[in-house]
Structure formats: C-alpha cells, structure tokens
Design a protein around this ligand. Structure first.
Ligand SMILES: [Zn+2]
Length: 143
C-alpha cells in the first residue's frame, strides 16, 4: 500500500486518520486542509484504515498496530467524554446539551462499529484470497 496512496505517504497521516475516524471535519474539509483529493481520502478510509485496525487487533505489525490502537483509543475517549457530558447535563436538567451529547455518543459508536465491520470484512477478503491462492496451487481451479 505504501508508495501508492497519497494519504498513507502523507507526513500528517496520523492527523488525517484521526480526522476521518472521529469525523471532526467533512471529507472535503480534510482534503482541502491536507492537500489531498477527496477520492484519495475515501480510498484510504475504505482500504487502509481497516488494515490499521485489523493490525491493532491482531498486533502483527508494530507500527500499524500502534496507529490503529491510537484510533480506537481516540474513539473510546470521545465516547467516554460524550457520556460524561450526558450524565452531567441530565443531572442539571440541561436537556438540549444532553441531546447533543447523545448525538455525539451515537456518532462515535457508529464510527466504532463501521471500523470494526470494515476490519472484519478486510480479514475475510484476505482469508478468501489465501484460499484462492491455495486452490490454484493445488490445481483445483484452472483459473
Ligand atoms: Zn492509504
């Protein structure tokens, strides 16, 4: 993946990943801010960020693992913060603030779920690809 993706090769990749995952800004804004195309961002988000998370979960590549773990930690931190705000706002009867905190928490949970699903799909694709290679080697398929 290195050498082909403008985002992976970007000097501020960690910041870009964080912005994408936490949705702190729209893709268009992130693209403008870091001078990459929105298409490159989407490809990176769909293909390379899941690999990071997957690596974090299986702890294979040290570098990728720490980046993926940092993203999960960041989402976790955001979620805890939103829930703390929610609790305080409910106690204080600040319903508008509470509602906003719920929305924030929901977005964060959605982002976590999407990351986990993407990592899961990525792992399945890799397993299938390995099976195909294996099948071709065994001459089972004449592809
Ligand atoms: Zn990339």
């Amino acid at each position: 993946m290195a050498g082909k993706c403008r985002v992976c090769d970007h000097g501020e990749r960690a910041a870009i990943d964080k912005a994408i995952v936490t949705r702190s800004a729209s893709l268009r804004t992130i693209a403008d801010r870091y001078g990459v195309s929105k298409t490159a961002l989407i490809r990176h988000r769909d293909s390379h960020i899941p690999k990071l998370v997957q690596a974090a979960e299986s702890a294979r590549a040290m570098q990728a693992a720490s980046s993926g773990a940092a993203l999960i930690d960041e989402l976790d931190r955001l979620l805890k913060k939103a829930l703390a705000i929610l609790e305080a706002a409910e106690k204080a009867g600040e319903l508008k603030v509470a509602l906003q905190a719920i929305r924030e928490a929901r977005e964060t949970i959605k982002a976590c779920a999407e990351l986990a699903m993407a990592a899961e799909l990525e792992a399945r694709v890799e397993a299938l690809e390995a099976q195909i290679v294996e099948a071709q080697r065994g001459g089972v398929w004449s592809v």
